[in-house]
Every structure is written in structure tokens, then in C-alpha cells.
Design a binder for this molecule. Structure first.
Ligand code: IPE
Ligand code: IPE
Ligand code: MG
Length: 244
């Protein structure tokens, strides 16, 4: 009997292409980011509806500080505004929020908003939603190593894993990047070791349920071998179907 392919438990997304979406419409880049928030709201709902357990998105990278001042402040304002508007709905929809990234350097208003949003949704279990803001994969690894050094623990894989910013969730199964670029841009470098990478040409504001389903479909057609041969993987799958 053919087995129904599994829905990825953890999806990570580099939400790229907001600026191009706006520029193509002769709008300021911030208008693209605003539209990106709409796309994200749809995506969170779609993931929860499909039984995805964890969604992790890249909202602002450590390197995005290098953008023009107006764009950076526009993004900060958008984040503060979105926290105020979106959190009550997320709380009622069973979504648990986590903000992942360096909080030093963010405004007090923003930091307070992040803490409040996490507290307001802490009891939820339907979908874990990690928003990476002022995040970089190298920052994450270096910080975990520093934490271990402070505690006098050895930098083993297991210890590093426990000290990383996403220690509360398993590694991503599916890593999606929209906007047509095929690079990681310093997102989840450690955690994506065995994620399936799917690149979509859609700009993030246009990424809808159909595009999500397409990415999930591509994931389901992949064979995850983790270093084994294809024959071994098939035998493992057969075995896992036998009664224990
Ligand atoms: C991604 O969209 C959002 C952030 C980096 C904050 P971009 O702003 O990078 O959009 P493009 O790549 O310029 O189109
Ligand atoms: C990655 O997109 C960061 C986010 C989506 C938040 P960028 O647009 O900043 O990446 P590069 O600069 O094209 O690599
Ligand atoms: Mg970009």
C-alpha cells in the first residue's frame, strides 16, 4: 500500500522579494514589506491548517542593518505595528510565538513588545511560530559556543545543539526561499544541515497557499537519505511499516 507522504513538521522560510515586488509597482520598498506581512499572516494560517508543527521565518537579518536608514526604520516600525495588531489573533488561533535573534540593539519598545507577545501566547500548542529578527546563523553558532565556554562545557554537537537559539524545536525539514535567489544568506546554518531546500521564483508578497503546497509537494517527492544509500532507506521504510 502506498504510504501518504508526510507533511514537513518544521518549515523554515527566507521571505525574500518584498523590495522587488514594490519597485515593480513604482512603490517605496517599505510598501513591499507591508505586503509581506499580509503574505506572512496567510502563510501562518495555511501552515497551521496543514498540520505543520513549527514555522520559522527570517524577518530581519544581522546584515539588513546595512540597508538605507529609511528602510531599516520602516522595517522596525512595521514590526512594532505588526506586534500590536497581529498578536491577539495569533493567540486566539493557538499559535505560540518565539522571537529569535540578538535583542541588544533593538528599541525598548520593540523588546517589550517581543516579551509581551511571547508571554501572551506561551500556553499555545497548535503551531510554534519562530520569528528570526536581528538573526544570523553565524551569530547563533558563535553565541552558543560562548555560552558553553562560560559554563565550562565541551563544544560537542549535542551541547551546541542545546545552546542554540532554536533548541526548543527539532531541525527544519523543509527550507524554502522565495524571490528566486538560491542562497542561505546566513539563515539557520547549523540547523539546516539536513533540510530539503526548495527555491521559489515567487516574490514573498505573492507567496500564497498554492505556492506553499507546491513547496510541500516538492519536499514530499524527495528521498531523505541522511548519508545512507537509497536501498537502505527503502528497507528502513519497509521495516517501519511492520508491526513492532
Ligand atoms: C526580504 O525582501 C525582506 C527583508 C530582507 C527584510 P527584500 O527587501 O530583500 O526584497 P528584495 O530582495 O530587495 O526584492
Ligand atoms: C535575507 O534576504 C534576509 C531576510 C529575508 C530577512 P536578503 O535580501 O537580505 O538577502 P541577500 O542580501 O540577497 O543575500
Ligand atoms: Mg532580498
Amino acid at each position: 500500500m502506498a504510504k501518504t507522504p508526510a507533511t514537513p513538521h518544521h518549515i523554515a522560510i527566507v521571505m525574500d522579494g518584498n523590495g522587488r515586488w514594490a519597485t515593480r509597482r513604482f512603490l517605496p520598498r517599505v510598501a513591499g514589506h507591508k505586503q509581506g506581512v499580509e503574505a506572512l499572516r496567510r502563510c501562518v494560517k495555511a501552515c497551521a491548517d496543514r498540520g505543520v508543527g513549527v514555522l520559522t521565518v527570517f524577518a530581519f537579518s544581522s546584515e539588513n542593518w546595512n540597508r538605507p536608514v529609511e528602510e531599516v526604520s520602516g522595517l522596525m516600525d512595521l514590526m512594532v505595528g505588526a506586534l500590536g495588531r497581529e498578536v491577539p489573533r495569533l493567540r486566539d488561533d493557538g499559535v505560540r510565538l518565539h522571537f529569535v535573534g540578538e535583542r541588544g540593539g533593538l528599541s525598548e519598545k520593540m523588546t517589550a513588545g517581543l516579551v509581551q507577545a511571547e508571554a501572551a501566547t506561551a500556553h499555545n500548542t497548535r503551531l510554534i511560530f519562530n520569528v528570526c529578527f536581528n538573526y544570523g546563523g553565524r551569530w547563533d553558532i558563535a553565541r552558543a559556543a560562548a555560552t558553553l565556554a562560560e559554563r565550562g562545557e565541551l563544544p560537542t554537537e549535542a551541547n551546541l545543539d542545546r545552546a542554540m537559539a532554536l533548541a526548543h524545536v527539532p531541525d527544519p525539514d523543509l527550507f524554502i526561499r522565495t524571490g528566486g535567489e538560491q542562497r542561505l544568506s546566513n539563515f539557520l546554518l547549523w540547523q539546516s544541515a539536513y533540510a530539503e531546500l526548495v527555491f521559489s521564483d515567487k516574490l514573498w508578497p505573492e507567496f500564497d497557499e498554492a505556492a506553499l503546497d507546491e513547496a510541500i509537494g516538492a519536499f514530499q517527492r524527495r528521498e531523505r537519505r541522511y548519508g545512507k544509500t537509497s536501498a537502505q532507506v527503502s528497507t528502513d521504510t519497509e521495516r517501519s511499516r511492520l508491526p513492532a
